[in-house]
Design a protein around this ligand. Sequence first.
Ligand SMILES: [Mg+2]
Length: 258
Amino acid sequence: MSSQKIFLFDFDGVIVDGMYEYWHSSLLACEKYLNSPYISFDQKIYKRVPNAFKEIRPWVKYGWEMVLIVHEIIKTENPINNFNKDDFINDYHQNCQKVLKDNSWIAEDLQKILDKSRNYQIDKDFISWVNLHNPFFEVIDFMKELRNREIQTGIITTKGEIFAEKILKQLNIFPEFIFGYESGTKVKIAEKLTKTYEILGFIEDRKKTLIDIKQNSETSHIPCFLADWGYLKKPDRYNLCNEIKLLKLHDLEKLVAI
Ligand SMILES: [Mg+2]
């Protein structure tokens, strides 16, 4: 039995560089919806993404963490800055949990205000919001080439499904499906897909996710590619465990030959 072939993609850091959008939308979420007494706003902070935010971004798994990080960067007392960012990074998960606890926040609520901030911008000026993202055109071309070869494409992202869909539509990309954070873990989604599809590859910029795919017996056969152009932590490129290949943008076209 020959099953339908499909190629899977992460979204953020793989199809688009959304660094400016993450900063902008998380900042707007803090300004409009967070009601924190520890922050004050100067519109100038919207203009430039601070280095500390860019450096912490590779540790982020879910959108709500970005709202929390932005809060910590812009707070008036003891903010995270370029000099102390490594202290936060070195115990990233624990530090996020501590900030949640100290402020009596719930992760889901932060995710909701981030989604609300995105919806607000989309309603107000959709094109301006889309333009905060920079697509990787090599990946867009690769997706089109797959389509020419009758290979389907699927997106598995920790972003809200609707936001990924709106951006892709604007880029003229219509994948067979998009799974957002609402659909569960990436490994579980991939596991379900293996039952109906022959998965030719998965391109993702979060190494831990690829390791999880490789360690799950149902998904370990999926060829995994770590996107060199994405939000990688410095050591990610080295000591890549067996079977996870570092993929460069200019090598995408070689993959079409599979
Ligand atoms: Mg990513």
